[in-house]
Ligand binder design. Structure first.
Ligand code: CA
Length: 515
């Protein structure tokens, strides 16, 4: 089927090109590109492809191209139409630093040994070759801007030039800056932990300000990336092969992470009254170890210390999150426009990825730090000019797959020790038989690790004592018949055979789940 579709694309592109040859309408770069073959790697003599990696913080796949009914994301949707949407991609641990370390090294948390927000990859894996480092070693110019690794955990060997951040913090209004100062925290901190210490008053969890995009840190970082593209473009497009150098630019946004701060114009895109409230009860029969007290949100001013958020507060927070989604979507649009202006799109792979998702009130909780679907499910879009545009797949994918995928797409040599699977075959045939499961994990105090597995139909979790290997608690959710995870089926006697099967599959792990 995909072959037929590619043939169709090629035929229509050629027809379009012929129809406009004698007319006054100039071919856009995209039209010209579409007239070229779109079914796989280019010849070794052709230009090396550039990579633009767009990393988002706490972005769940609440996007138009993922079928979200309310979120306005026209620019990301446009990007999706030029590439492939991986509808079911899962991160390996639903919190910033471990997820990023896993994706950027191509290893899972039990290999990286990074489960917290403090440990640098060079502490646990001094000689690991990161994704960007592999490209750098292969002749690429690599640059990192913004939150790619977790803040203060940036990795110098990954980049050709020192990593850079834009100046600025989490808030822009005098009111919030004053509140934050009184709270005694340093502006610019990301608060990305599940803190266990005493509650610290901070500024508000959201902010609307009638200011331009570049008054906010993600606007500034977008501008930095645009300027960087201008600097690398001449080398990337040099006519002489000896002068030509492809680039790998990593750009890490701070939103839609808390606090949900965005220019007022993005808030104005939504009518709060129309935002539906999620199902907010904890699952029936859920073990306590699966839950969190969402202290990350509670530490903000105006959020209750205990108990649930009110309906109004829930809607206000979701509204704020949507505003941040549209804000960063516009930043993506600015970057796409610059790539077009520089005529780089035909040679540049664009990847959109988030470190993990978040709960927005689901299960009576907020933020991440759990193994629930909302936390582990991430957006992943890969737009490669050599592969069919506008494709989608329901195949199970994992963040750890990104490293081998990008290496293969750019014709780089294989790397030892990667624990993901290249997604390139899916970009040729999106419906083929693929991974039988995706794996995530989350630690809990007392040397407990929650191992989580998403199959086509089920989410199955085991909370394991890491010293004794004893399974302390289990969860089983039927994602087909109970997509909101209202009931944990694990304690039900009639599920014993299924649990035995899923236990075997989880124990066999990612190696056995490969296609
Ligand atoms: Ca994050």
């Amino acid at each position: 089927m995909s072959q037929t579709r590619r043939e169709f694309l090629r035929t229509t592109a050629t027809a379009t090109a012929l129809a406009t040859v004698g007319g006054a309408i100039a071919l856009s770069p995209r039209d010209a590109r579409s007239a070229e073959p779109v079914d796989g790697p280019r010849s070794p003599a052709a230009r090396k492809k550039n990579v633009l990696l767009l990393v988002f913080d706490d972005m769940r796949p609440a996007l138009g191209c993922y079928g979200h009914p309310l979120v306005k994301s026209p620019n990301i949707d446009r990007l999706a139409k030029t590439g492939m949407v991986f509808e079911r991609t899962y991160c390996q641990q639903a919190v910033c630093a471990p997820s990023r370390a896993s994706m950027l090294t191509g290893r899972r948390p039990d290999t990286t040994k990074i489960y917290d927000l403090e440990t640098h990859i060079r502490t646990t894996m001094p000689d690991v070759v990161t994704l960007q480092q592999h490209f750098r070693n292969s002749g690429y110019f690599t640059e990192g801007i913004g939150k790619v690794n977790h803040p203060r955990l940036e990795d110098a060997p990954s980049y050709s030039v020192p990593h850079r951040n834009a100046e600025g913090g989490n808030w822009v209004t005098p009111e919030n800056l004053k509140l934050q100062k009184e709270g005694g925290k340093v502006a610019g901190d990301t608060y990305d932990s599940e803190p266990s210490g005493p509650r610290t008053m901070r500024a508000k969890a959201f902010e609307s300000a009638d200011l331009p995009d570049d008054a906010f840190i993600d606007g500034k970082m977008t501008q930095m990336a645009i300027e960087s593209l201008g600097r690398v473009a001449p080398r990337a497009t040099a006519a002489s092969a000896s002068e030509r150098q492809p680039f790998f630019l990593s750009l890490g946004f701070r939103k839609p992470h808390l606090p949900f701060s965005a220019p007022s114009k993005y808030w104005a895109l939504y009518d709060r009254a129309t935002i539906p409230l999620p199902y907010r009860k904890t699952p029936t029969n859920v073990p306590d170890v699966a839950l969190v007290n969402w202290l990350e949100l509670r530490t903000f001013s105006g959020i209750p210390d205990v108990g649930p958020c009110s309906d109004d507060m829930t809607r206000e927070l979701i509204h704020a999150y949507y505003a941040c989604m549209s804000f960063v979507d516009t930043q993506v649009g600015r970057i796409l426009a610059e790539l077009d202006r520089l005529d780089l799109r035909k040679d540049t792979i664009i990847v959109l990825w988030s470190d993990h998702g978040v709960k927005l009130g689901e299960h009576g909780m907020w933020s991440k730090h759990t193994n629930f679907e909302e936390d582990t499910h991430v957006p992943l879009i890969i737009a490669d000019p050599d592969y069919a545009a506008g494709s989608r797949t329901r195949a199970l994918a994992e963040s750890v797959d990104l490293y081998p995928t990008l290496a293969e797409l750019c014709g780089l040599p294989p790397v030892e020790g990667l624990e993901g699977t290249s997604l390139v075959p899916l970009m040729v045939d999106p419906t083929q038989r693929w991974k039988s499961a995706a794996f995530s994990q989350y630690p809990r105090p007392g040397n407990i690790m929650g191992y989580s597995m998403r199959t086509d139909r089920y989410r199955y979790n085991e909370w394991v004592d890491r010293a004794t290997r004893e399974v302390k608690a289990r969860e089983l959710y039927d994602m087909t018949n109970d997509p909101e995870c209202r009931v944990n089926l694990a304690p039900n006697d009639d599920q014993a055979a299924l649990i035995a099967q899923l236990h075997g599959q989880l124990t066999a792990g990612w190696q056995a789940a490969r296609p």
